[in-house]
Design a protein around this ligand. Structure first.
Ligand SMILES: Nc1nc2c(ncn2[C@@H]2O[C@H](COP(=O)(O)OP(=O)(O)O)[C@@H](O)[C@H]2O)c(=O)[nH]1
Ligand SMILES: [Mg+2]
Length: 271
């Protein structure tokens, strides 16, 4: 039987949740929409299936299945809606990570987000708060979203690190801003490339442990750009956390190592 993992993506309609999921996975997993009438009341699930060949190249492989839960395109997140949808996700699965998206100027209510984060902390679910489509509003609006994220996370845990535009709050969560696809504003002649995606993925890698880390690596396995760009950082990181990996291998047995090592080795060897 395949190992099952879940990731929850939350936030209002059209803030860029589906676009972010595709940018993280490095391929088109979720359908995005520019249409204003794209609002549906359905919970969407994207299932990534795959198998990881064993380290010694025998025929055996470990199968895995990762479900990404996309909350419905509701217009505004009332407390009841947030609780209803997230409780539904929690009943069906315990996500390894909750990715909350808000774009500059979008409707983001701190009290709702606080409930969501507190619920996640109780269940040991890592929270990544992302200011999506960062150039879609002014820099002040962007700063205000990031400031809200910082305020709410620092109420739960003091900030422990800030690096590459990512703020970390212990093993509870992080916050950052991204531009998931090319941005162009013809009127003001502004053009921006993809920004912050690799840093977000890397931030989550360095925050998760054990089987959650493995599942996250599988989620981003097809993201060539990430593995190529962040190669040096990944090598350093896995050297640094070697004791943890060794402890894990001892505890969980060789199967776990077979699961993660080919993935890391393959990506590190790629030029
Ligand atoms: N340039 C740019 N456009 C984005 C970004 N994120 C979302 N969009 C656009 O915003 C619209 C809504 O995005 P979508 O991912 O469907 O939002 P969702 O309803 O939250 O899933 C689409 O037209 C996307 O192309 C981004 O980071 N950069
Ligand atoms: Mg969507």
């Amino acid at each position: 039987m395949a190992k099952q993992f879940n990731i929850a993506v939350c936030g209002s309609a059209r803030v860029g949740k589906s676009t972010l999921v595709n940018a993280i996975c490095g391929r088109e997993v979720a359908r995005t929409s520019s249409s204003l009438c794209s609002v549906t009341d359905e919970m969407k699930k994207y299932v990534l299936n795959g198998a990881c060949p064993s380290a010694n190249n025998t025929a055996s492989s470990t199968e895995y299945s990762i479900t990404i839960w996309d909350t419905p395109g509701i217009e505004s997140w009332t407390k009841e809606e947030v609780e209803k949808h997230f409780t539904k996700i929690m009943l069906e699965s315990t996500p390894l990570c909750m990715i909350y998206c808000a774009s500059p100027g979008s409707f983001a209510r701190l009290d709702h987000l606080k409930w969501l984060i507190e619920t996640c902390i109780k269940s040991n679910i890592f929270c990544a708060l992302v200011c999506t489509n960062k150039y879609s509003g002014g820099s002040q609006q962007r700063a205000s979203v990031l400031n809200d994220f910082h305020t709410i996370l620092s109420q739960c845990h003091a900030m422990t690190r800030e690096e590459a535009n990512v703020k970390y709050y212990g093993d509870i969560g992080l916050c950052t801003s991204v531009n998931s696809i090319f941005y162009e504003d013809r009127e003001f002649e502004v053009r921006k490339g993809v920004e912050g995606i690799n840093e977000l993925i890397f931030g989550i890698i360095r925050s998760l442990k054990h089987d959650k880390l493995i599942a996250w690596c599988h989620t981003i396995a097809d993201n060539q750009s990430f593995w190529l760009t962040m190669r040096d950082g990944i090598i350093t990181l896995f050297n640094l956390c070697r004791p943890v990996v060794e402890e894990f291998v001892q505890k969980e047995g060789k199967d776990a190592a077979k699961f993660i090592l080919p993935l890391i080795i393959n990506t590190i060897l790629k030029k």
